[in-house]
Write a protein that binds this ligand. Structure first.
Ligand SMILES: NC(=O)c1ccc[n+]([C@@H]2O[C@H](COP(=O)([O-])OP(=O)(O)OC[C@H]3O[C@@H](n4cnc5c(N)ncnc54)[C@H](O)[C@@H]3O)[C@@H](O)[C@H]2O)c1
Length: 338
C-alpha cells in the first residue's frame, strides 16, 4: 500500500481491473466516464468522486498523482496528453495509440511536463514470457534465427455489437491493435525491432460489423536479420484457440503457448532446462470471451515502485511507440483482399 492517489478515465471493462489494483496499492480519488451511470457506479464502489468530463477532473483533482487512461484506443493520445499537460503521471492502456505520430506527441508531452508515462503490457509478466526473455538476455538461445507468432482467437459479431467503438477504424484501429498488440510487443521485446514486412489481410466474416481485417498473414525481417511470421485471426471457430510464440535460436528452440501465452509448451536448449514455472494469473474473463492474462497487479506494483524511486518503467513510451510503429508498418504493407 502506498500514499499515491489515482484518477481513472474511462469506466468500462478493463477499468475494473485498474480500479481493483489501484485500490490495493493506493487511493482511487476520482473517476470519469462520459456515461454518468458508469462513473457513478465506480465512484460508489471505491468512494471516489465521479466526473463526466476529463477537463473538469484534471482541473479539480490537483492532489492526484497518477491518471490511468482506460478509454477507447483512438482517444488514448488526447487523454494522455491532457493529463500530462495538467501535471500528472500517466498509465495508458494498450495500444499506446493508433498512430505513430500520436505516440511521438505523447512522449514529448511527458518530457515537457517532466512526468512519467507507463504503457500497459501486462503479458510481459506471464511466467513463461519472463523465463524466455531471461533466457534470451542471458544468451542461452544464442543467435535468434526465426520466430513464429500465432494469434488464433474468436471475436464474434456479438462482441462487436456490444461496443460503440470496437470494430471502428478511427477508435479501434484494427485487430492487431485491440486483440494482438500484446503479442506484437513481445516480438519487439524478445526478438527486436522490425525492418521489413509483407502482409496479406482479409475480412472474411465480419464485413458488416468491422471496418478492417479479421485475418492476416505477415512475414517479417528484423534488423538483427532474424526472420518471422505472424498468422492472426479472430475467426477461430467458436472460441479462442491459441496465442503462441515459437523461437528458433542457434542453441535452443522454445514455444510459449496456451490460449494466452500462459504455458511453456516446448523447450530444447543446449545444456539448460527452464525449471517448473509458477502458475500465472488466469485470463481476463469477459463472460462470453476471454482476453489476455490478468496481470494488472504487476503493472501497478511497477508504477508504485517507479514513483517511489525504486524501479524502472516496465514498458515505457518508447517501447509503446515501437509496437504501434510495427503494426503501422504491417498495415501499410498490406494487400487488402476485400
Ligand atoms: N491490457 C489489456 O489486456 C486490455 C484488455 C481490454 C481492453 N484494453 C484496452 O483498454 C481500453 C478500454 O477497453 P474496454 O474493453 O474497457 O472498453 P469499454 O468500452 O468497456 O470501456 C471504455 C469506456 O470509456 C468511456 N469513454 C469513451 N469516451 C470517453 C471520454 N471522452 N471520456 C471518458 N470516458 C470515455 C466509455 O463510455 C466506456 O465506459 C482500450 O484501449 C482497450 O484496448 C486492454
Amino acid at each position: 500500500m502506498s500514499n499515491l492517489k489515482f484518477a481513472l478515465i474511462g469506466c468500462g471493462r478493463i477499468a475494473e481491473r485498474h480500479a481493483e489494483h489501484i485500490h490495493n496499492k493506493g487511493v482511487l480519488k476520482a473517476v470519469c466516464d462520459i456515461d454518468s451511470k458508469k462513473a457513478a457506479a465506480f465512484a460508489e464502489k471505491y468512494n471516489a468522486t465521479a466526473y463526466t468530463c476529463i477537463e473538469e477532473l484534471l482541473l479539480k483533482e490537483k492532489d492526484v498523482d497518477v491518471v490511468s487512461i482506460c478509454t477507447p484506443n483512438g482517444l488514448h493520445a488526447e487523454h494522455t496528453i491532457k493529463a500530462l499537460q495538467s501535471g500528472f503521471h500517466v498509465v495508458c492502456e494498450k495500444p499506446m495509440a493508433i498512430s505513430v505520430q500520436d505516440c511521438g506527441d505523447m512522449i514529448q508531452a511527458a518530457e515537457k511536463a517532466n512526468k512519467r508515462l507507463f504503457i500497459v503490457k501486462q503479458n510481459r509478466f506471464n511466467p513463461p514470457v519472463v523465463a524466455v526473455k531471461k533466457l534470451i538476455d542471458e544468451g542461452r538461445l544464442g543467435k535468434i534465427f526465426s520466430v513464429q507468432l500465432n494469434c488464433f482467437w474468436n471475436r464474434n459479431n456479438e462482441y462487436y455489437k456490444g461496443s460503440d467503438w470496437k470494430g471502428s477504424l478511427s477508435l479501434d484501429g484494427g485487430t492487431l491493435y485491440t486483440q494482438f498488440s500484446h503479442f506484437v510487443d513481445l516480438l519487439y521485446w524478445m526478438i527486436g525491432d522490425v525492418k521489413e514486412v509483407h502482409t496479406f489481410k482479409n475480412n472474411f466474416i465480419h464485413k458488416d460489423i468491422v471496418q478492417f481485417e479479421d485475418t492476416g498473414v505477415v512475414i517479417l525481417k528484423f534488423f538483427n536479420n532474424a526472420l518471422g511470421t505472424i498468422n492472426f485471426t479472430i475467426n477461430s471457430f467458436g472460441k479462442n484457440m491459441e496465442g503462441s510464440i515459437t523461437i528458433f535460436g542457434e542453441k535452443g528452440s522454445v514455444k510459449i503457448g496456451g490460449q494466452y501465452l500462459n504455458e511453456l509448451e516446448y523447450q530444447k536448449i543446449d545444456d539448460y532446462e527452464i525449471p517448473v514455472l509458477p502458475k500465472g494469473n488466469p485470463a481476463n474473463n469477459y463472460g462470453q470471451y476471454f482476453g489476455s492474462m490478468s496481470n494488472h497487479d504487476k503493472v501497478y506494483e511497477n508504477v508504485v515502485d517507479v514513483l517511489q524511486g525504486q524501479g524502472v518503467i516496465a514498458t515505457n513510451g518508447f517501447e509503446g511507440l515501437k509496437t504501434v510503429e510495427i503494426i503501422d508498418k504491417i498495415y501499410e504493407a498490406s494487400l487488402k483482399l476485400y
